[in-house]
Design a protein around this ligand. Structure first.
Ligand SMILES: [Fe+2]
Length: 314
């Protein structure tokens, strides 16, 4: 492998000079860098520890696109890290991906790695319930809603296999997307989180199932007693968001629009990105455009009830 002129080094810290350090026990003190920009960028992501102080993640590619699986901790969308470009002169090869310098290295330049720009890289593990960290915008009433109980009810109502593309892992990503969007759209986060858990729970198949949104809205009515702090206006927003979410429409209400955009941003799970022109919120539109730019191989399309047919019945 020919040595490129520059390598990349990702870090949470901003420094003038990179000092040798130990990556893991047993490894030498060195500055680690990589010719692989995406791999190095992952080290600059603002992934913060979970409440027990644990922080672990792994990097991989899915269909050629970079992905980070968070095992413990969460991506903080409000923070950033750094990606340094370093001269390769003093580096020696450790393996295909990693090169080492035993001497301090002065970076050639540096750029921000903003958490909000990399949310689409993140895959979380259902078992650890790792989440994006966006606590500042959670509605005060969220403390009074037992989301775990509602998720259990939605899961019990879900008739499709757990690995369905419309199943619980999709709900969690919609929740993450929704909370991220809500930071800019001022949506009600209780409604957004409830929508994420409920909107697909009454699906009867992974195809069009044109009435699944209406059934989800009816399901919302059956759990009204579990939502005493949700006022009537937001309760009706939740029902409307569920009922019409698969119609490929936009909505001017920031909360309903956020719900729908959050759902559409997860089209990447089937190798598609939403059409930015059909997003309801400014930030959703921005993220859809960004998904198109970073994943040009994806097909851009809307989220009409028939969308799944084009994937041969995935
Ligand atoms: Fe969905």
């Amino acid at each position: 492998m020919r040595k490129p002129a520059y390598f990349y080094h990702g870090s949470r810290a901003q420094v003038e000079r990179l000092e040798p350090s130990k990556a893991r026990s047993g490894e030498p003190r060195a500055v680690f860098a990589s010719p692989e920009r995406a791999y190095a960028t992952a080290f600059g992501l603002p992934i913060v520890p979970d409440p027990k102080g644990r922080r672990s993640w792994s990097f991989h590619y899915r269909g050629g696109a970079p992905r980070v699986t968070i095992h413990c901790g969460s991506l903080d969308l409000t923070r950033h890290g750094y990606l340094y470009r370093v001269p390769s002169k003093d580096f020696v090869r450790l393996d295909d991906r990693q090169w080492l310098s035993y001497e301090p290295v002065v970076p050639r330049d540096c750029e921000f790695v903003r958490g909000a720009d990399y949310a689409h890289w993140i895959e979380t593990l259902p078992a650890t319930r790792a989440r994006l960290r966006i606590a500042p915008c959670i509605s005060p009433s969220s403390r009074d809603i037992d989301f775990d109980s509602i998720e259990r009810q939605a899961t019990a109502a879900f008739q499709l296999p757990a690995h369905s593309i419309h199943g619980p892992s999709h709900w969690r990503r919609v929740e993450q997307n929704g909370l991220m969007l809500a930071r800019r759209s001022s949506a009600d986060t209780d409604v957004v989180r409830l929508f994420a858990l409920i909107h697909d729970c009454k699906r009867q198949d992974d195809f069009a199932d044109s009435r699944h949104g209406m059934r989800a809205a009816e399901f919302v009515a059956t759990i009204r007693h579990l939502l005493p702090t949700l006022d009537q206006a937001n309760f009706e927003r939740l029902q409307l968001a569920c009922a019409l979410h698969s119609g490929g429409q936009r909505h001017p209400d920031p909360t309903i629009g956020t719900c729908w955009d959050a759902d559409r941003l997860d089209l990447t799970r089937v190798g598609a990105v939403p059409d930015a022109r059909l997003m309801s919120t400014d930030f959703g539109r921005h993220l859809a455009e960004r998904q198109s730019r970073f994943a040009p191989k994806y097909r851009v399309r809307d989220a009409t009830p028939n969308w799944i047919h084009s994937y041969g019945g995935l």
